[in-house]
Structures are given as structure tokens and as C-alpha cells.
Design a protein around this ligand. Structure first.
Ligand code: ATP
Length: 130
């Protein structure tokens, strides 16, 4: 089976370097399924789950935005943060979700609602795959 080489990199270092038969990512413009030898591509990513497939196995990685680049059968994901399902601290994500929900419900002028919305999306995304 043909594969493509995948690297997921964050400011803290590489999260994953492996070969896969198919990868699906959610760009800000929509979902993209990427197979080996896909044409060159650069796209911004949504806060979303990257799905990496080999046969019947699927690995899930939560990413908090960033970029995907495909070139010469190498798929690189540069993300501000990324966690594989086994690295997600569920209690931390649950606490982040509750904090963000409280901020969004508060009537205070000092709350940055956009920031709270993004924090809620990150927490829900992590809870989604854990
Ligand atoms: P929190 O408020 O809990 O810090 P956050 O969404 O603000 O959540 P980020 O800024 O996205 O956190 O990430 C900061 C760092 O913490 C990154 O290295 C990220 O991988 C890690 N991280 C955040 N939440 C979790 C989690 N629930 N499990 C594991 N790692 C996490």
C-alpha cells in the first residue's frame, strides 16, 4: 500500500513522524482528504481533529489551528498546539471547558468573548477525541 510521510510539529517540538495511507484534516475552508502523492497544497487549519489512517487503524490528533503543507509526498502540519489522543489530559480539558463557558455566560465588560469562544472550541475538540 502506498503511503505519505507525515510530520506534526509544534513550538514544543515534533509530536508525530510516521507514514500513513490517508490523512484527513479540517482546513478553515472545509475538510480535505489527502492521499499519497497529492498535489502540492498549503492551507490554514481550523481547531480540529487530524485523522491518520493505516488499514483499519485511525489515529487522532487534536490541533489548535496552524497550517498544513503537502509537497513531494510529505505532509507537514505546523500547529500552535497538538496532542495525540493518549496525551490529552481529560480533566484539564474539562476544566478549560467550564472556565470558558462561565466567561461566555458572564455579563462583565472585561470578558474577551472571542478569546473565551476559542478556548471553548479547543477544550471541546480535545474532549471530542479523548
Ligand atoms: P488550558 O487553559 O488548559 O491551558 P488552552 O486551550 O488554553 O488550555 P493551549 O494554549 O491550547 O491550552 O495549549 C498550551 C499547551 O498545553 C500546549 O502545549 C498544549 O498541547 C497543552 N495542553 C492544553 N490543554 C491540554 C490537555 N487537555 N491535555 C494535554 N495537553 C494540553
Amino acid at each position: 500500500m502506498k503511503t505519505l510521510h507525515v510530520e506534526i510539529v509544534t513550538p514544543d517540538g515534533p509530536i508525530l513522524t510516521e507514514d500513513y495511507e490517508m490523512v484527513s484534516v479540517t482546513a478553515t475552508s472545509g475538510e480535505l482528504g489527502i492521499l499519497p502523492n497529492h498535489i502540492p497544497l498549503v492551507a490554514p487549519l481550523a481547531i480540529s481533529v487530524v485523522r491518520l489512517k493505516n488499514g483499519n487503524d485511525t489515529k487522532h490528533v487534536a490541533v489548535t489551528g496552524g497550517f498544513v503543507e503537502m509537497s513531494h509526498n510529505e505532509l507537514t502540519i505546523l500547529a500552535t498546539a497538538a496532542e495525540t489522543e493518549e496525551d490529552i489530559d481529560v480533566r484539564r480539558a474539562q476544566r478549560a471547558k467550564e472556565r470558558a463557558e462561565k466567561r461566555l455566560q458572564s455579563q462583565q465588560d472585561t470578558v474577551d468573548f472571542h478569546r473565551a469562544e476559542l478556548a471553548l472550541k479547543r477544550a471541546l475538540n480535545r474532549l471530542d477525541i479523548s
